[in-house]
Design a binder for this molecule. Structure first.
Ligand SMILES: Cc1ncc(COP(=O)(O)O)c(C=O)c1O
Length: 419
């Protein structure tokens, strides 16, 4: 048996010679002539503004067609997309929106920007995705909406969540930032709730550096989305002024050009991700002591992050020991997504500081005084500490997967032999 790198043996992969493909550069991204050609058209047109241009409009039309929805409005980020979606619901100050403890800040920021109060459901230990029973427990008389996050590229259990929402008359926004093209029970993410919000930030399956889009079928909500992202300016008919408070989240034509070219590559991008991540899944499943990611039988994953867990009893080691060993082998693995704690334990939420020194909108007379306590999210803490993750991308080759699998098998065999 090879000596572990952590004990002075050879590394499985010397990343100074052979780095892993990364979403941070061309090795893990598919930007090329298609993007350049559309960008050139924009520059030569002399108009970079979405109104009067063609790219953002074409991107919205192709996104709506791909997802089979009536409406799509491109915006400047995923955070802007969620904010726009929440704003479109026209909730009252202090109304509550339930979301998950494991997500990016962009899921929560828009709730507070609408002066609503975020509340949190705990997650499934296997997937880190919010749990239907925990959503139900978090519902109060002030709850108006749920923001579901399709985490790591895997759809949340939408059948159960939609049932709860229907029963309790709640809006559902799907945060699809990490899950472009994923499906649940054959339905694309973003098409099952009232609105779907996507990010096109650098690391996403469809990437524009920064960018986002909101999709949906409801005419009234879509009209509000369209106006909100455009300073609440109504461009549909004769001038009516600014009807409500809006924002300027308009996407420009340069971003629209890249978004359009990227969207046209989504199927190829997903095919790559599914093939390589699927191969790694099979490899992990065969290593005694490792548990491949649990995937809901109705879910088709879009692989933004590959995750797995270990069986400490079989391996006779702790998660930290296993992590140190695989990292020494040069494998791109860590634990703890987005800082490794429930998002509501970050200062802006834990201290309830959104504006100035007060606790608006949490405290009466606006909110009902919601506070966040670490002990309410035991499964989040467990899953954050016990789930290995690696960012996935379309640059991963079968050879890369073989290297990861070889390193994992080596470390697991070492610990099993020692156990
Ligand atoms: C689940 C989720 N929601 C929202 C966002 C925010 O997107 P953006 O960074 O484009 O604002 C992200 C970004 O990583 C995300 O992963």
């Amino acid at each position: 048996m090879d000596e572990l790198a952590i004990n002075g043996g050879p590394k499985t992969r010397d990343t100074s010679v052979k780095p892993w493909p990364s979403v941070g550069n061309a090795s893990g991204r598919m930007f090329g002539d298609e993007e350049l050609s559309l960008l050139e058209q924009v520059i030569r047109s002399g108009n970079l503004f979405r109104y009067g241009g063609t790219m953002v409009e074409a991107f919205e039309a192709e996104m709506a067609a791909k997802y089979g929805v009536k409406h799509a409005t491109a915006v400047t980020s995923g955070t802007a997309a969620v904010h726009t979606a929440v704003a479109a619901l026209d909730l009252d100050v202090g109304d509550e929106v339930i979301t998950t403890t494991v997500t990016d800040g962009g899921t929560v920021i828009g709730i507070l920007q609408c002066n609503c109060v975020p509340t949190f459901a705990d997650v499934d230990r296997r997937t880190m995705i919010l749990r239907p029973d925990s959503i139900e427990a978090a519902i109060s008389e002030r709850t108006r909406a749920i923001i579901v996050v399709h985490l790591f590229g895997q759809p949340a259990p939408m059948d159960e969540i939609l049932d709860i929402a229907k029963k309790r008359d709640l809006y559902v926004i799907e945060d699809c930032a990490q899950a472009h093209g994923a499906t649940f029970d054959g339905r694309l993410v973003g098409t099952m709730g009232h609105l779907g919000a996507f990010s096109m930030q650098q690391s996403k399956q469809v990437a524009t550096g920064d960018g986002g889009i909101v999709i949906g079928n409801d005419d009234q909500l879509a009209a509000r989305v369209r106006m909100f992202h455009d300073k609440f300016y109504d461009r549909r008919g004769e001038y009516r002024g600014y009807e409500r408070l809006g924002a300027n989240y308009r996407m420009n034509e340069l971003t629209g050009a890249v978004a359009l070219a990227q969207l046209r590559k989504l199927d190829v991008i997903l095919e790559h991700r599914r093939r390589t991540a699927g191969k790694l899944y099979e490899a992990v499943a065969q290593i005694e002591g490792l548990k491949p990611p649990w995937i809901h039988p109705k879910a088709e994953h879009a692989w933004w992050i590959f995750s797995f867990q270990i069986d400490e009893e079989v391996l006779g080691c702790t998660v930290d020991e296993f992590k140190a060993a695989v990292q020494a082998e040069g494998l791109p693995l860590s634990t703890g997504y987005a800082g490794g704690i429930p998002i509501c334990m970050y200062p802006f939420l834990a201290e309830r500081r959104a504006y100035g020194r007060g606790h608006f909108p949490w405290e009466p007379p606006y909110g009902r005084g919601v506070e966040y306590r670490a002990e309410d999210y035991p499964d989040t803490y467990w899953a954050q500490a016990n789930t290995f993750i690696t960012s996935w991308n379309e640059g991963f080759t079968e050879e890369d997967v073989d290297d990861i699998a070889r390193g994992l098998a080596k470390v697991a065999a070492y610990f099993r032999a020692r156990a």
